[in-house]
Design a protein around this ligand. Sequence first.
Ligand SMILES: [Fe+2]
Ligand SMILES: [Fe+2]
Length: 161
Amino acid sequence: MNNKVYKVFNDQVQAELYSAYMYLAMSLYLEDQNFKGMAHWMRLQYEEEREHAFRLAKFMQERGVKPELLQIDAPPAEFGTPLEVFKKALEHEKYVTSRIHAMYEVAMEEKDYAAMTHLHWFIDEQVEEEDQTRDIVDRLAMVGDNMNGLFVVDGQLGARK
Ligand SMILES: [Fe+2]
Ligand SMILES: [Fe+2]
């Protein structure tokens, strides 16, 4: 793994941990608003993002380089309505997708085939994460500020395994 590839992988460990931190903040915020199902969904998202950070760091070690853990910024504490929370999550996932694609370009330019293969999993994962989050945004947009509707969606998200 050369320095350019190292840099993008190392920075992405930090970005995945920031994502985890942001989803944790969203989970706590939603719990505080009594949307317990949505809070549960966000807590699982938090755990997935930590798993992504670990997956990248482990790959770096397997390639014989040492990940350097960088500082994680504090996420916001307030996110607005449930629709606004999930819209922000979707925007964030789109941003992460653009980062993963930029990593892939670096790996391709540097002819780092192992890094390219490793990134295929992340490229697919981003498609799934954007799709799931967009689906929730659509459902929340449909119910608007109807409380019954909001609690139906809350119950659906609470069933996430
Ligand atoms: Fe991720
Ligand atoms: Fe994600």
